[in-house]
Each structure stands twice: as C-alpha cells, then as structure tokens.
Write a protein that binds this ligand. Structure first.
Ligand code: COA
Length: 333
C-alpha cells in the first residue's frame, strides 16, 4: 500500500474584510471584547452576488490542482467538507464537479463541521492507500456570514465566524515514510445540540415556521460557548497525542501543529498543555475568524507559503467542533 501525500494545496478567502469595529457598528459588541475572548481581529465575508460556497471551493481547488501538477479532468474523486452547503440537498460536491468541469466522478460530502477537513482527509487517504484512486480533490469551504444572528442573542457566536475555503489534492507517494502517516476520528453525539443549527431540519413535522428566523430561533447557530471551550481543550490534546503515540512520536518531535481555528485562547491552551513552543502552533484566527472546515487548509497553505512546512517536517492537523466531532492527522511532509 502506498501512502497518500498532499501534492497540492490552495486556499481562497473573499475580498471583503470585516473588522471588529465594523461589527460593532451593526451589533452590540466591541473590539476589546472580541480580541480578549477570542483573539480575532477581523474576518472575511463573501459577496453573495458572486461568491457561493462551491465557487470559493473551486477557487481554492484550482490552486491546489495547479500545485499538484494535474488538471480537473484527471481528478478521480471529490471529497467536500462543509456545514454551510449551498443547498439543503444535493451537497456542494456535485456543484464543484460541475464548476471545475471534472469528469462524472464520485463526489462525497462530509458533514463533520469543524473536523470536516480531517475527516475528509481520512476518507481520501484510504482510497489512495487501497489504490482505488490516484488524484483526489479534498475541499473545505464555508459561508457563515449570511447565517449568523447579529442580535444580542447570537453575538457570542456571530463575532467568531468567517468565510473562506481551502483545498488539497492527494496523490500516492512511493516513499514509505512520507505523506499521511495516520488519521484518528471521534464523535460524541450526546452533545449534538450544544453547537448546532437545528432548523429547518427534518426532525419535526413543521419543518419551517417564520418564528425560526427571529433572534434566538433555530434557524441560527446555538452554542454553549463555555461547554464547547472545556471540551475542546480536552479533546485537542487527546487526539493529538493519539496520533503521535500511534506513530511512536512525542510532542517534541512535532515540527508544526495546525489546529482548527476555533478560538485563539483554545490554541494557546493546547500549546501550553502539550508543552509546545509558541512557534510550533500555527494560528490564523486573528485574520480569518473561525472558518470551520476551511480553517486547517487555510492555515496549512499560509504556513507552507511562509516556509514553515518543509520537506521532511512532521505536521499534525487537529480539529474539534460541532457534533461533537474531533480528529487528527499526522503527516510527514
Ligand atoms: N460582545 C460583547 N459582549 C458579549 C458578546 C459580544 N460579542 N457575546 C457575549 N457577550 C457578553 C454576554 O452577554 C455576557 O454578558 P453578562 O456577563 O453581562 O451576562 C458576557 O459577555 C459573557 O458571555 P459568555 O457567553 O459567557 O462569554 P464567554 O466568556 O464564554 O466567551 C466565547 C464566549 C464564545 C468567546 C467562548 O465561550 C468560546 O470561545 N467558546 C468556544 C467557542 C468555540 O470555540 N466554538 C467553535 C468550536 S469549533
């Protein structure tokens, strides 16, 4: 069996930058509150006249495809991770297939929220290992800005999220000790409703009711912030250690940890708990907010562009989020 390597990576964020001060003009918040609690200074919001979820995904994908030295016709599977799909159904994977002009290949949509990219990586990796596919396009893309409750009721959530997309092309590598070394997936559905958008779901007879769209209604995300925080700072170190131990490594062997960008305070907590130096954990949340399934590939691309992901480096990707789901991947670049 051959390992899968990330032969190409790419990302796209919308042009429009929304600072904390911009938010404070449309809702009851302050730059001070947001920076102190989350570390976020600004985020990007999509222009819905031209930037849809799958269009941002396609822009990120085009860069990853180019870097991998291939083309859309050669892609033999799409794995698309998002919680903000363009339609209720079908998933955005098929829209990406059309947009890129890929052949009539399979398109798998992954619903694992903030862990979506790592879940998707795990799926793609298995198909490469078994030899079934040789050129898999993995995308994480999110449009949060049009789905947030900017009233007092939702302000603790609205300030956190941003829009963006990231992608990777996975190919087999001849090198035995390179590429994705292992992936580790977990979930705990007991806490599904602690971080969720419930409506308009298929779980009740009256799927839609205008009350849902009012502040506090089920149309908007709900989040028990402190409960999510506590779980995140436990699950992140657990799943990172799981990946390291599975490959006989310790935290000191890591060249870079790229955690899902939930909250800068969570990343800092994890860094300290694991005894990692500050420069071993890569954060982008200050600029982009939490972009859910897109945050890890965006971080990977920026770290790579800055020369912080080099040939032979040991890289860990780790995520925690709605579900709850959490996951990690250990990669020898
Ligand atoms: N601006 C100003 N004040 C705000 C605010 C905002 N955007 N959001 C909430 N507040 C207020 C609250 O109303 C509350 O006021 P009160 O004390 O007068 O009642 C106070 O700030 C504290 O609110 P609380 O929601 O308890 O804040 P917190 O300390 O838990 O911080 C989060 C909120 C969201 C930053 C924090 O819980 C968190 O980051 N949790 C993890 C979330 C996460 O990572 N989610 C994604 C997972 S993938």
């Amino acid at each position: 069996m051959k390992n899968a390597r990330l032969a190409g990576i790419g990302y796209y964020v919308p042009e429009k930058v929304v600072t904390n001060d911009d938010l404070s003009k449309i809702m009851n918040t302050t730059d001070e509150w947001i920076v102190e609690r989350t570390g976020i200074k600004e985020r990007h919001y999509a222009d819905m006249d031209k930037e849809k979820n799958y269009i941002m995904g396609a822009k990120a994908a085009e860069k990853a495809i180019e870097m991998a030295g291939t083309n859309a016709q050669e892609i033999d599977l799409i794995v698309y991770a998002t919680l903000s799909a363009d339609y209720v159904f079908p998933g955005s994977g098929v829209l990406l297939q059309k947009e890129l002009g890929c052949k009539n290949i399979g398109a798998i949509d992954v619903r694992a929220q903030c862990s979506g990219f790592v879940y998707g990586l795990s799926i793609a990796e298995q198909y490469i290992k078994t030899g079934k596919y040789k050129n898999i396009l993995l995308v994480g893309s999110e449009i949060h800005s049009i789905g947030l409750d900017y009233s007092d009721h939702g302000r603790h959530i609205a300030v956190i999220f941003g829009d963006g997309a990231g992608a990777a092309v996975l190919q087999p590598t001849e090198a035995k000790d390179k590429g994705v070394l292992s992936t580790h997936l977990h979930s705990e559905g007991e806490h599904a409703e602690r971080l969720a958008v419930l409506d308009p779901g298929f779980y009740k007879k009256d799927r839609f009711d205008i009350e849902m769209t009012k502040p506090g209604g089920g149309f908007y995300p709900v989040m028990d912030g402190q409960f999510v925080f506590k779980n995140a700072v436990t699950r992140f170190p657990e799943v990172i250690m799981e990946a390291l131990q599975a490959n006989d490594y310790t935290p000191q062997d890591l060249d870079l940890l790229i955690p899902h960008q939930a909250n800068l305070r969570i990343s800092q907590f994890v860094q300290k708990k694991m005894g990692l130096a500050e420069d071993k954990v890569y954060n982008t949340i200050m600029k982009y907010g939490n972009t859910t399934a897109a945050s890890i590939p965006i971080g990977l691309c920026e770290a790579h562009a800055e020369g912080k992901v080099r040939e032979g480096d040991l890289i860990c990707l780790a995520a925690f989020g709605s579900g709850f789901t959490w996951a990690s991947a250990l990669i020898r670049w």
